[in-house]
Structure formats: C-alpha cells, structure tokens
Design a protein around this ligand. Structure first.
Ligand code: SF4
Length: 499
C-alpha cells in the first residue's frame, strides 16, 4: 500500500499563544463544520472528480483533506492538513499522479473527536485478509470508547484517537468473519451515534448511513460514473445529477449496473440534524427531499411573522444569514440590502501571529456600508447564535456607523446544549443562550430587540415533524442515549426551557 502523507504543518494543534475564541471574535462563532465524504466508482480515473467533489464540499471541513484510490491491485492514499487546494495544490499540476484507479473515496475534516493531527485525517486505510479497506466518515460514534476497549481485548491495535479508526476496525473484524453483507449488518448493530460513510473494499464502493439518518448522504450519476457524497451540490459541480438520498440505515453498493441497495436497518424513526438546514449545508443542496435554500427563506418568512418589527432595511450577516434575510424581507415588505461586506480575500485570522494583526484582520473581514446603515432602523438577520461574540461585534459596528435602531432576528431557536453527533459544540458554557432569558441575551449583544425562531416554526420550515429531526442542541433531549443526558425523540416540541 502506498501511503503518501503530506502535511503543511499549519493546521495542526494550535501553538501556544494562538488566538482563542475569547481573544478573537471571529473564531468559533459558528460551530466548525464537521466532515465531508465522497466516493466515486466509474469507468474513468476517479481522482479528478474526487478533487472537484471535495472542493464543492470544502465548507464542511477545512482542517484536512485526503483521497484514497484503488488501481486494481493496491490502494493509493494522499492526505494532509489544510484546505483541499493546499493538500492537492495547483502548482503541482493537480494530476492524479500515483492516485490512479477508477474507484476511490475522499474526505475533508473538521475534527469533533480525536486530536487535530495528520494521523486522524481521513480517509483511513488498512489491509486485512480480504485485501484493502478504506473509509471516510462524517459524524461521531458515541460508543467509540467502549467499542475500542472491546476491540483491543480481541487483539486490535489502534494508531490514532479517531472514532473513524474504531469504526473501520469494527467493520474489518465483522466483514472478515461474516462476509461483506452480514459483516456490515453486524457492525451497524453495534455502532451508535451518527455516521455517513463511504467505504472502499478493494474495487468495491459502499455508502452507509446511520439508522437515524442524522448526517446526510446522497448518491448521483456523473457521465458513466456513480458518486456518493455528503451533499448534492457535488453533482452540479460535476455536471451530473442526483439520484436520491441514501435512506437512514441503508447500505448501498455501486456496481456496474448502478446503485444496489444491500439492506436498510431502520425502525421507522429518523433524527435528521436540523442544523444542516439552518447552517451547515450549502443552500443549493437538497437533503432528505428538501432544498436547503427553500428551507432558509421559509425560516426568514416565518421569523418575520413571529417577530415583526418596524424598520427601514433588512440586512443579512453574510454569508450564512442571506436566505433567511431574503425571506424576512419578502414577508415583511421591508427592503433587503447588503449592509455588511465580507472580504473573501482577508485570509484566516487564526494563523496570524499577533493580536494586533488579528484585530486588523477582523475589520478587513467584515465592513459596513454606511449609506445603508446610517440613520436607519436595521433588522439584522443571522442563521443562529452560538457564542454571541460575532453578533455583538457586528451590532457595535452598526452603532458606530450610525444605525438608529438594531433589531436582531435569528433563524433558529436558542442553541444551549452540546452536540454529540459530529458538530463542534461540546460544552454548554460556550453558548451565550445557556441559562439566560432572551432579554438577557439581547442585553449582552447590545441589540434594541432580539427574536428567535420557535421550534414549531423551525420544523414547519424544514417540512418535517419535530420527531423526525434531531433537535438535541435546542432541547437537551437526544435521539441517541447519551450518558447523563435526556433521551427521547423530542416528543414534546414546545415548552422547552433554555437552561
Ligand atoms: S445536537 Fe444539534 S447540531 Fe448536533 S446533530 Fe442534533 S441538531 Fe444537529
């Protein structure tokens, strides 16, 4: 097995003195995205389409990227820390080089479990008695630790702190013992939590989604190739088309005949992550039959009905609040305008060496348009509030630039609880909403008024009943049994307290 590990060295564990979420208001304001997975099986070299797919999915993880291909006899692997374009740089010609083969998988990562090092970057590859196995994983295995201990007792050795390695070892053990179909099924019965994965077993490509369908996974066709990906935006980037969502608990295999459904393990319950619709996914993606952009504009429309306000202009927090602001404007009749300009070339502030240069970078990143703001009653729309630092910073900036009133409207209910399913929100104390009333939050961010979308209207906008969604970070009740937390399918949607 060729295993070319490349690291830029910039994106690993942050050095001592690096800015923290507390010292830099641009860091950690929105939870960092989790991961993206892709798999391609076809009649052409898979590398180029894998690369385009990973770039289309870059928003889901910017910490590391990797590709593994199978050329008929061996697996080739290249992974490194950094953006897809840094791991596979243009200056090297972006040829597939040694990454040859008509079948392969790719991964971009933002870790929520395990340390931020090259060892934990995906895809993971092993060889066993049936040949090579590789896996790309989005989500989080909630029982990874006990499973790991069990596997260690049976002789498995681990090289990393990643839950993905645990999943691969579990799959490997079961598949070697029971064959592919029964092995996958046995592993699914043991794995708990969220997983959307692409798996390579020599020249065979599989896609597997956890039984609650917490993370998205879709399959589509591009020319004569089949593509499994985290989001459907990939297919447009490749000039292909989506075939369908992979169902919760479904294992599919791509063969020369197309997409074969091997089995589906599901008890009729789902727990699709509401935050995919609110923030994570690209607006042009379709997840479980709902276009994300449509959901977000509907969120904005319902937000305007729920929290009307007399104002002169609606402006979004770019980029994540745009669709919601548009919906708010359409419903309220208050004109929409861009009022904050994001400098997309300002770079990532956290690698800048001093606090002074970081502060300058914050200003470079988001600038107000004075003529839109000065003397106006402004509705400022964002998709969600996590720590509250960014929105506080923006409200202060609008005031400095002469806004007469600032009314903040948020396209999700207050987020006040941890996520255990692959989103970087692990502790309650990071949330501005924890333990506060809406008015206390308003005061903390310095707005004249503050309105959050209700859970009822969120589920209405997503077009699915609350019981079909994971709302754990809103309600503190989770669809998977987590020690010390409430376990439910969100039976009651109203009346949850933020505490
Ligand atoms: S807890 Fe929140 S972010 Fe995590 S899966 Fe559930 S809805 Fe998504």
């Amino acid at each position: 097995m060729e295993n070319t590990l490349t690291t830029s060295g910039k994106r690993g564990a942050l050095p001592v003195g690096s800015p923290t979420p507390e010292s830099d208001p641009t860091i950690g304001q929105k939870p960092d995205e989790h991961c993206a997975v892709v798999g391609i099986y076809g009649k052409e070299q898979a590398f180029y389409d894998l690369l385009v797919s990973l770039k289309a999915l870059q928003h889901r993880g910017q910490e590391s990227a990797g590709i593994a291909t199978f050329d008929g006899s061996v697996v080739h692997l290249k992974k490194g820390m950094g953006l897809v374009s840094e791991v596979f740089p243009e200056r090297e010609g972006v040829t597939y080089g040694s990454l040859s083969g008509n079948v392969g998988i790719g991964h971009t990562r933002y870790s929520t479990q395990g340390t931020k090092t090259i060892e934990n970057a995906g895809p993971f590859v092993i060889s066993n008695s049936i040949g090579y196995m590789a896996i790309s994983h989005n989500g989080e295995i909630t029982n990874a630790e006990p499973l790991k201990e069990e596997l260690k007792k049976k002789g498995s050795a681990f090289l990393t702190s990643s839950d993905t390695e645990v999943m691969l070892m579990e799959l490997s053990r079961e598949i070697v013992e029971k064959g592919v179909k029964n092995g996958f099924r046995a592993a699914v019965s043991k794995l708990k939590g969220a997983y959307a994965v692409t798996v390579l077993i020599n020249d065979r490509l599989f896609g597997l989604r956890d039984p609650l369908g917490i993370r998205p996974l879709v399959v589509g066709k591009v020319r004569d190739n089949y593509v499994i990906a985290s989001e459907s935006c990939v297919f447009e980037s490749l000039d292909g088309e989506m075939i369908r969502d992979i169902k919760p608990g479904e294992l599919v295999e791509i063969t020369n005949d197309g997409v074969e459904s091997i089995f589906t393990v599901n008890n009729g319950k789902t727990a699709h992550c509401m935050f995919e619709y609110v923030y994570f996914a690209r607006p042009d993606s379709i997840i479980d039959d709902m276009e994300v952009f449509t959901v977000r504009t509907e969120i904005g429309r319902l937000l305007a009905k729920e929290h009307p306000v007399d104002a002169d202009v609606v402006i979004p927090v770019p980029d994540s609040g745009r669709a919601q602001a548009l919906g708010f404007s359409n419903e309220s009749g208050i004109p929409y305008s861009e009022g904050l300009i994001k400098n997309r070339y300002s770079g990532r502030t956290f690698i800048m060496p001093t606090q002074k240069s970081r502060s300058a970078a914050v200003k470079l990143k988001l600038n107000p348009i004075k003529s839109v703001i000065s003397g106006k009653k402004v509705v400022l729309v964002d998709d969600s509030i996590i720590r509250g630092n960014t929105i506080r910073h923006i409200v202060a900036m609008l005031r400095r630039n002469g806004a007469a009133e600032i009314h903040v409207r948020v396209g999700s209910p207050p987020i006040a609880h941890a996520c255990y399913f692959g989103v970087d929100m692990k502790t309650k104390d990071q949330f501005v909403a924890t333990g506060k009333t809406v008015d206390q939050i308003r005061e903390e961010i310095g707005a004249d008024s503050l309105g959050y979308l209700s859970i009822h209207n969120l589920t209405k906008a997503i077009g699915k009943p609350g019981k079909a969604l994971c709302l754990g970070c809103l309600t503190g009740e989770y669809p998977v049994n987590i020690a010390g937390e409430k376990y439910s399918y969100q039976a009651e949607l109203e009346g949850y307290q933020v505490s």
